[in-house]
Design a protein around this ligand. Structure first.
Ligand code: ARG
Length: 565
C-alpha cells in the first residue's frame, strides 16, 4: 500500500476544491504522536508563492479536506502545519487486505526497470576478507529489495581474475606440482609463498613474467592453469556465499577477463570521440574539473582497472539493457567511479538516461576504531569470522533447554549469521562500521536477534491458540492504531530504501515495528482470559501481519527466522 500517495491524493482533492491551482507537495510522517499520523507542511511555501498568509492557506485546505475516507481529523498547528489523523476504520480494512495478500499489500512497480547490481567482486589472487563482507551483504540486500519491488535484477560479480600477479601464481601453481589444489586450500598462504619465491628467486620471477605474457597471448597451457586457479579460488568464495545465504551463483560471475577482448575497442572508440590524449606515454582521458586524468592504457600497452570498468559499463547498458547500474563498492573507490561514470556518459558508451550509482560504504573497524585486523595484525578471513559468529551464537542459546543438538546447530547458524549481516546493514552504509560481537548478538536493541525474537514470540502465540481465526481487524486504542499504521508504511519504506540504496531504512523500520508490537502486546494481551472473542481475533490478525512483515523484511535482508527461540 502506497500510504503517502493515498494521503497526498486526498490533499490534492482539497486543493482542487479550494481552487488552489498547484500540485500538493508530499506529506511526511509525523514525528510525534501528538502531531497525528502524517503532517502536511506545504502551506508555508505555498503562502509565500501566492503572497498570502500561511494559516489562511492551511485553513482553506482543511475546510475542503474530505474527512470521511482515509482521513478522520485534521488540525492546524504552528505557523501553518496541518496535522493529519488517519481513519481507524480505513486502516483496519487496509490491514485486512494486506494480511490476505501474499505480498502483504506491497505493489509491484508499475514501471519496472532492468537493474544491474555489481557486488562482492573479490580478487582471485587472495582469500576473501572482511572488506568484501560489506559489499556482499549490502549488494545482496539491494538486489533482493529491487527484485521484491518488481525490477528485473541482474546480479554481477565482477571478480578480479586478471593482472600481472597471475603470472606469479601460475608459475607457483605449476611448481608445486600436479595437485596445486592442495596448496590452494589456504589462498592467503599460497599467495604469500608465491610472492616469496618471486622476490627471492630471479629464475622464478622471470618465469612468472613469461607467464604473464603467455596468458595474455592466449597460450592454452597457461590459460588452463589459470582457469584451474580461478575455479578453486572462486570455490572458496562460494563457500562464503553459502554460509552467508547470499544469492550469488556462478552464473552471476562476469569476471574482469570477460571484457578483455573489448579493451582495444574501448580505446579505439575513445579516440574516435576525440577524448584521448597521450600523457607520459599513457593514454588518458582528461575530464573537465578533474585534476587527475583517467588512464586507460599504460605506455607498455597494458590496460587498467578503469578500462575494464568502461567496457563493463557499456556491456551492461547496451547488451544487458540496464537502466540503473549500482556499484556496491568501498567508499575509497569513489573517485574511480565518479570518473568512469563521466567518461561513460561523455563517450556515449552509456546512454544519458541510464542511472549510474556508486553505492559506497565505509570501512569495517574494531571496537577501538582501528581497521579490523587479527590479533597479530593480519587480515581477518571471512570464513573464520562467520564460523566464529556461529560459535558465539551457540553460547548465547546454550542455556536454553529443550533443544536437540541439531536444533542448536541450526539455530546458531540462523542467529550468528543473521547477527553479522544485520549489524552491517543497520548502520548508515557510508559510515565506517564498528564491529562489536556483544552488541550484535544482543537480544536488546536494533539487532537481528531482537527481530527474530519478536517473530518467534508471535509464533508462540499461534502455537497456543487453537481453532480458526476469523472476524475482522478492529483498531481499539491508540497504540493499536500506531502499530497498524506502521504496518501500512511497509511499502513506502521499501521504496525509499530502494531509491537511496539504503538497507538501514529497512532495519530502522523493523526495529520500530518490533518495538511497537512488543509494547502493544504487553498492554493488550491476546490469549488471556477475559479478552472478548472479537478483540482476540482482531489482535491475532494484527500480530500475524506484524510477524509476516518482520519475516518479509528480514527475508529481503537475507536473514532467516525461526519459529521458536
Ligand atoms: N575487485 C574490486 C576490489 O576488490 C572490486 C570490483 C568492484 N566492481 C567493479 N566493477 N569495479 O576492489
Amino acid at each position: 500500500m502506497k500510504l503517502k500517495q493515498q494521503i497526498n491524493k486526498t490533499i490534492q482533492q482539497a486543493f482542487d476544491k479550494a481552487n488552489i491551482n498547484e500540485n500538493a507537495m508530499s506529506v511526511s510522517e509525523a514525528t510525534k504522536p501528538e502531531f497525528g499520523d502524517y503532517q502536511f507542511n506545504g502551506a508555508m511555501a505555498l503562502a509565500k508563492k501566492l503572497g498570502k498568509n500561511p494559516r489562511h492557506i492551511a485553513e482553506m485546505i482543511v475546510e475542503n479536506l474530505d474527512l470521511t475516507g482515509i482521513l478522520a481529523k485534521a488540525e492546524i498547528a504552528g505557523p501553518g502545519f496541518i496535522n493529519l489523523w488517519i481513519n481507524p476504520l480505513w486502516i483496519a480494512k487496509q490491514c485486512q487486505i494486506a494480511l490476505n495478500d501474499e505480498r502483504l499489500g506491497v505493489n509491484k512497480k508499475e514501471n519496472p526497470v532492468k537493474v544491474v547490481v555489481d557486488y562482492s567482486g573479490p580478487n582471485m589472487a587472495k582469500q576473501m576478507h572482511v572488506g568484501h563482507l560489506r559489499s556482499t551483504i549490502i549488494g545482496d540486500t539491494l538486489a533482493n529489495l529491487l527484485e521484491f519491488l518488481g525490477d528485473e535484477v541482474i546480479r554481477q560479480n565482477h571478480i578480479g581474475d586478471w593482472g600481472t600477479q597471475f603470472g606469479m601464481l601460475i608459475a607457483y601453481l605449476e611448481e608445486t606440482g600436479e595437485d596445486g589444489s592442495v596448496c590452494l586450500r589456504d589462498l592467503e598462504q599460497f599467495y604469500k609463498d608465491a610472492k616469496k619465491r618471486f622476490d627471492e628467486d630471479e629464475n622464478f620471477a622471470n618465469k612468472a613474467r613469461e607467464y604473464v605474457v603467455k596468458i595474455q597471448s592466449g597460450d592454452m597451457h597457461c590459460l588452463n592453469l589459470w582457469q584451474k586457479f580461478i575455479d578453486i579460488s572462486l570455490g572458496h568464495c562460494e563457500d562464503v556465499y553459502s554460509k552467508l545465504c547470499v544469492k550469488l551463483t556462478r552464473d552471476d560471475v562476469k569476471a574482469e577477463s570477460f571484457y578483455n577482448e573489448d579493451l582495444p575497442q574501448v580505446i579505439e572508440d575513445l579516440i574516435k570521440q576525440n577524448l584521448l590524449k597521450e600523457s607520459d606515454g599513457a593514454q588518458c582521458v582528461f575530464l573537465e574539473g578533474e585534476e587527475i586524468p583517467v588512464i586507460v592504457q599504460k605506455g607498455d600497452g597494458g590496460y587498467l582497472y578503469a578500462t575494464t570498468d568502461l567496457a563493463a559499463l557499456r556491456y551492461r547498458a547496451n547488451v544487458l539493457g540496464a537502466k540503473r547500474i549500482s556499484y556496491v563498492v568501498d567508499a575509497r573507490q569513489a573517485g574511480h567511479f565518479k570518473q568512469v561514470f563521466k567518461v561513460a556518459k561523455e563517450s556515449g558508451f552509456v546512454p544519458e538516461d541510464v542511472r549510474l550509482e556508486h553505492v559506497a560504504f565505509g570501512m569495517m573497524m574494531d571496537k577501538s576504531g582501528r581497521p579490523f585486523k587479527t590479533r597479530d595484525g593480519g587480515t581477518v578471513k571471512l570464513v573464520d569470522l562467520l564460523d566464529e559468529a556461529v560459535v558465539r551464537a551457540k553460547d548465547t542459546i546454550k542455556e536454553k533447554e529443550g533443544y536437540s543438538e541439531e536444533e542448536v546447530e541450526r539455530l546458531a547458524k540462523v542467529i550468528g549469521i543473521g547477527a553479522v549481516k544485520y549489524a552491517d546493514l543497520a548502520i548508515n552504509r557510508e559510515s565506517n562500521y564498528i564491529f562489536n560481537w556483544d552488541k550484535m548478538l544482543s537480544f536488546e536493541g536494533n539487532t537481528s536477534l531482537y527481530m527474530q525474537y519478536a517473530y518467534a514470540r508471535i509464533q508462540s502465540i499461534f502455537r497456543k491458540h487453537h481453532g480458526e481465526i476469523k472476524g475482522e481487524i478492529i483498531i481499539g486504542d491508540d497504540l493499536e492504531k500506531r502499530l497498524a499504521v506502521m504496518l501500512l508504511r511497509f511499502e513506502d519504506m521499501l521504496e525509499q530504501a530502494a531509491e537511496n540504496a539504503a538497507p538501514n531504512h529497512i532495519t530502522a523500520y523493523l526495529y520500530e515495528l518490533a518495538t511497537l508490537f512488543m509494547r502493544f502486546y504487553e498492554r493488550n494481551p491476546i490469549l488471556k482470559e477475559g479478552v472478548d472473542e472479537a478483540t482476540k481475533m482482531s489482535r491475532l490478525q494484527l500480530a500475524d501481519l506484524a510477524a509476516k512483515t518482520i519475516k518479509q523484511g528480514l527475508d529481503i535482508l537475507g536473514i532467516e527466522v525461526v519459529d521458536k527461540l
